[in-house]
Design a protein around this ligand. Structure first.
Ligand code: SF4
Length: 157
């Protein structure tokens, strides 16, 4: 509590979800009297957090809310005496999201495996090509389905 009002610490403060969180706090100030909102992120997220902090400050000012918004990398300071802690971080950053998210081929089995597609994407990023299947099976996954890939079947892959 800070002067009888709540201190909130948000881990992952640089998230683009923070403005929605702030909007929620502003709408409910009468039942959740927030006095301080501490946004915490890692070094890599600091630039984004500073942008989000500026936006949050403008949102609070526009709503006429007296909320102190703090942007910091210091988790201990943010968590000290916090009444509530919210989290919204993404382990591995956006690169991990790209790998974790469910894609159409996760729901429809075309035969070609996700791991093969991912390897192909990484090779493409490195500007590497994949040899033609006539030179040898690349293990795309179709070899699992008898009769679908004539090349793999002919070779007994
Ligand atoms: S030979 Fe067939 S199973 Fe092997 S990579 Fe090519 S298409 Fe896929």
């Amino acid at each position: 509590m800070v002067n009888g009002r709540l201190k909130i610490a948000t881990i992952g403060g640089g998230s683009s979800y923070t403005p929605e969180l702030v909007e929620g706090f502003l709408k409910r100030l009468h039942e959740l009297p927030v006095g301080e909102l501490w946004l915490v992120d890692v070094e890599e997220g600091l630039h984004k957090q500073e942008i989000v902090t500026g936006l949050a400050e403008r949102m609070a000012a526009r709503a006429g809310a007296d909320i102190r918004i703090v942007s910091t990398l210091d988790r201990r300071a943010a968590l000290k005496d916090a009444d509530f802690v919210t989290t919204q971080f993404r382990v591995g950053f956006l690169d991990a999201r790209e790998k974790d998210e469910r894609m159409p081929w996760d729901h429809i089995d075309s035969g070609v495996t996700k791991s093969f597609l991912w390897r192909e994407k990484e090779k493409s990023d490195r500007e590497e090509t994949t040899k033609d299947c006539s030179q040898g099976c690349n293990g795309c996954g179709l070899q699992r389905w008898k009769g679908v890939c004539a090349l793999a079947n002919d070779r007994g892959v």
